[in-house]
Design a binder for this molecule. Structure first.
Ligand SMILES: O=C(O)c1ccccc1NCC(=O)[C@H](O)[C@H](O)COP(=O)(O)O
Length: 389
């Protein structure tokens, strides 16, 4: 039996898994329905079928995605865990139950404490996005898209810079602070920094929009965009909900970050599809072999970042980029012409040469540039030559 799950325009529309009935679900209730939906699949799918099909609503099944990983009867955290994802989307509800003999007891807050900083950020983002969505539902964000500045070609800009200089195209990061490093720059003027990066030869910019942990904002993104900076902009956010993609585009983003340590495969597939509809580039970030294999299994992915920083422990090791691009994985990347980005911990021309040799054609750099008095001039020091000409 084949069942359709539609992406109606830019909205979700889920069928009830009977071939006749179709139900449209308001995005605000998606999570509730998703849980029910997963149970519905179990109840109604042919036991010999291991997949459902996604298509665009009302049209023939085009670009259908096989979604066998929507394992039946599983909630988000459980599906994620089957893919090796340790980050839970939200705190487990209620403390676990323990037994001593016939007695049952619960420890206050047990299980409801984030296990690491990335999990804490994600839990916080989950609450933040729910509130933002309440204030500005998807319908409103969608309407505001017509006033958004036109989208620019993020991957094209990286490719052009790589071809022009023979060095990796630079995504320079506008970041005031980070959980691992604290405040990076006291006198932080996002537009001044962005303009300096552009002058120094950056191909694209990455703008932190998370307020709580990175002291960034969507206002910074808009200010940079409206100041006439021509470099395409990556909205550096912790994306856990498709609503954020529309919101980022409405604020002038040209690209978004999708973190494989946080998002299960189906979310990545679905979000990449929405990004394409919106004209956004999706930088899908991995930091180990398992995440890389999962992402290489998604054919529509064109831009992959290898983060040399373990976001759970903050450990930095630039040999991560080399290790992941060795052998079969590097071969697949070359065959599919995927643009690879080396991210984090790059401070010297030797570091840049090392990750380029490993196979990246772009780099994402924050700390070593943003800390300089003149961040744009810092680019020449980082690359060992002036790449603005
Ligand atoms: O940098 C952190 O402390 C951090 C913590 C948790 C999640 C993400 C984090 N950083 C994001 C990044 O990976 C960097 O901003 C980016 O790759 C640039 O790195 P760098 O050049 O080392 O500033």
């Amino acid at each position: 039996m084949e069942s359709l799950i539609s992406l109606k325009g830019h909205f979700y529309a889920f069928p009830s898994f009977s071939s006749k009935t179709r139900t449209t679900i308001p995005p605000t209730q998606l999570n509730t329905y998703r849980k029910n939906f997963l149970f519905t699949v179990r109840a109604q799918m042919d036991p010999n079928e291991d997949s459902a099909t996604i298509s665009t609503s009302g049209e023939p099944v085009v670009e259908a995605l096989k979604v066998k990983e929507w394992e039946v009867g599983m909630f988000h955290n459980e599906v994620a865990a089957t893919q090796g994802i340790k980050i839970r989307r939200s705190p487990p509800t209620g403390p676990p139950v323990h037994y001593v003999g016939p007695f049952e007891f619960r420890l206050q807050n047990e299980g409801n404490t984030p296990r690491n900083i990335l999990e804490e950020i994600v839990w916080n983002k989950d609450r933040e996005v729910s509130q933002l969505k309440g204030r500005k539902p998807l319908g409103l964000v969608n309407k505001s898209l017509k006033n958004a500045p036109p989208v620019r070609d993020f991957i094209g800009a990286l490719r052009a810079a790589n071809e022009r200089t023979g060095l990796p195209g630079l995504i320079a990061e506008v970041k005031k602070a980070s959980p691992s490093r604290g405040i990076l720059r006291e006198n932080f003027d996002p537009v001044e920094i962005a303009q300096s990066y552009e002058k120094g030869g950056a191909a694209c910019l990455s703008v932190l929009t998370d307020e709580k942990y990175f002291k960034g904002s969507f206002e910074n993104l808009e200010l940079i965009r409206n100041a006439g900076v021509k470099c395409p902009l990556l909205c550096k956010e912790f994306i856990i909900d498709a609503w954020q993609l529309y919101y980022a585009r409405s604020k002038g983003a040209d690209a978004v970050l999708l973190i494989a340590a946080v998002l299960p495969d189906l979310d990545i597939k679905y979000m990449v599809k929405i990004c394409k509809l919106l004209g956004l580039a999706a930088l899908v970030e991995v930091h180990d072999e398992r995440e890389f294999d999962r992402v290489l299994g998604i054919e529509s992915v064109e831009l992959i970042g290898i983060n040399n920083r373990n976001l759970e422990t903050f450990e930095l090791d630039i040999s991560t980029t080399k290790k992941l691009l060795e052998g079969e994985r590097g071969k697949i990347v070359r065959e599919r012409n995927i643009m690879m980005v080396g991210e984090s911990g790059l401070f010297t021309p030797e570091d840049i040469a090392y990750v380029q040799e490993a196979g990246v054609r772009a780099v994402l750099v924050g700390e070593s540039l943003v800390k300089q008095n003149d961040p744009g001039k810092g680019i020449s020091n980082l690359f060992g030559k002036d790449i603005s000409v």
